[in-house]
Design a protein around this ligand. Structure first.
Ligand SMILES: [Zn+2]
Ligand SMILES: [Zn+2]
Length: 210
């Protein structure tokens, strides 16, 4: 990625967003660099959210009587996993409290993936839309390429059938029309019209999340 500040420029400069305040408060060393590295390696915002929060947890544990407690990953899971039983979570909170961790404060310092996105986008100037930034024009080009390629394959397949089992044809033209149907709104249209219209405005559950 080319449009990000380099890590050294970030040293000594901490931004004012929640992630930035936490970096300072929990003394997370060179943390922006780590975030950017993982982002470049393809980490999702959801994953980076846990990277931030586990770093906060790790730092809090370092200041605590941590011999009472388990490892960062399992504690984090017990604190945040929605599947975790309330009893197990309460037990973990209790353990942390006995280890002198201010659990309420820690939990309120935890960040969401949206906060991570804002930090990456506004503070570190990273384009977080990577992978989704295809525009309609590019899409049309790709689809037209695939469509005409399919026409060629179909035409050649028909040619190869010639003389097989009595099959005969002239110098035919093949037209391959792509249609898109949505089971939710029952729309059905040619791909060109579908893109032109901006899709069908239905959404796949979870598709807007990273
Ligand atoms: Zn920030
Ligand atoms: Zn639809």
């Amino acid at each position: 990625m080319s449009n990000q500040k380099n890590g050294t420029e970030q040293n000594g400069h901490v931004c004012e967003c929640k992630v930035g305040r936490n970096i300072e408060k929990y003394e997370l060393n060179r943390f922006d660099e780590k975030l950017l590295e993982q982002r470049d390696d393809g980490a999702s915002l959801r994953h980076l959210e846990s990277v931030v929060n586990k770093a906060l947890l790790r730092s809090a544990l370092e200041d605590s009587r941590r011999d009472l407690i388990g490892d960062v990953d399992s504690i984090y899971e017990r604190l945040t996993d929605a599947e975790m039983s309330a009893g197990k979570r309460a037990e973990t909170v209790d353990q942390l409290s006995r280890g002198d961790v201010d659990v309420d404060e820690l939990l309120s310092d935890f960040v969401s993936y949206q906060t991570v996105r804002t930090h990456l986008q506004d503070c570190l100037e990273v384009d977080t839309r990577r992978g989704q930034s295809l525009n309609p024009e590019d899409a049309r080009g790709t689809i037209e390429w695939a469509r005409s390629r399919s026409e060629g394959i179909i035409e050649r397949t028909i040619e190869r059938l010639s003389g097989v089992g009595g099959f005969q044809s002239g110098d035919v033209d093949v037209t391959y029309t792509v249609r898109v149907s949505c089971p939710d709104c029952k729309t059905s249209s040619r791909i060109e019209a579908f893109i032109e219209r901006g899709g069908c405005q239905c959404s796949v559950e979870g598709a807007t999340d990273e």
